[in-house]
Design a protein around this ligand. Sequence first.
Ligand SMILES: O=C(O)C(=O)C[C@]1(C(=O)O)C=C[C@@H](O)C=C1
Length: 333
Amino acid sequence: MKAIRGATTISADTPAEIKDAVGELLIQMREQNGLTDENMICILFSNTSDIKSAYPAKAAREAGFYSCALFSSLEPEIEGALPLCIRVMILAEIENPVPVYLRGAANLRKDLKKFAVALDGPSGSGKSTVAKMLARKLNILYLDTGAMYRACALKAIGEKVERFTEDAVAPLIENISLNIQYTDGAQRTILDGEDVSEKIRRPEVSMAASAISALPCVRKKMVEMQREIARKMSCVLDGRDIGTHVLPDAPFKFFVTASSRVRAKRRYDELRQKGYDVEYDNVLQEIEERDYNDSHRAFSPLRQAEDAVVVNTDEMNAQEVLDFIVRKIQEKV
Ligand SMILES: O=C(O)C(=O)C[C@]1(C(=O)O)C=C[C@@H](O)C=C1
């Protein structure tokens, strides 16, 4: 069992304000922590003594939190404390609690301020491996943007779209019901109410995802969603244009790269290990072609942000890259 903290503020002591602020806080805590009626045990509230018009617990029930025990109490009256503040502690059977501090309460725990880490780089640079390790190390989320493009592809396949053109795909994507949820630190991809986290790994979806992700209408919509997620929670994102386009204000940006020779050797070893009979020279040629296409495509090309720290992984293994990045982040905070 874990304890999840949260807090928020209201601008005036009215039942409507309390209902609104408590509802918003609990819904974000539920989304970010993968809370369900089954894994939630209880919600404890405290309010500052300037709140007298309604119980925060009542607002929780009104927001749909019926199944667990609720309790309200009074926060100690400390001089200079933040006024009109409602604090929450949820006990739940989860692994990685993500605290949520909203509105004026965001300043209570400056150490918990949300931040994003952008890892960009060419394919084969090892950025996804390092992104996952980094998210685990910092106890923040790894936003698998690839899964989002795969979900778009699954949608198009389900709707029997034959050619992935802007005209055919745009209407589907415009109203797509795609939800990214986190359960015990793992991303679940929910499409039209169905958990498609496994389905999107099928080979036919991989092929379609690569084609569909090149469409501007798809990228635009997914980038909006990625920004929205990064606004709500700290996360690590990897890609080709995270630091330049998706999150240009990310405080930590890294450009993870390696020479095409080294990346080709890594890919060659990986394919050989899987039993594929490939030639090194062909793998190298493919990598170089892909680099060219990635950096020359019109929409979302691979670019290094001016303020990104370059990490050349030619002579480094994944653990060394992780240590280097963590050191750089610590130096900056
Ligand atoms: O986390 C909060 O809500 C705070 O205001 C911080 C803090 C603390 O100092 O740790 C202070 C008072 C609360 O009762 C609980 C925690």
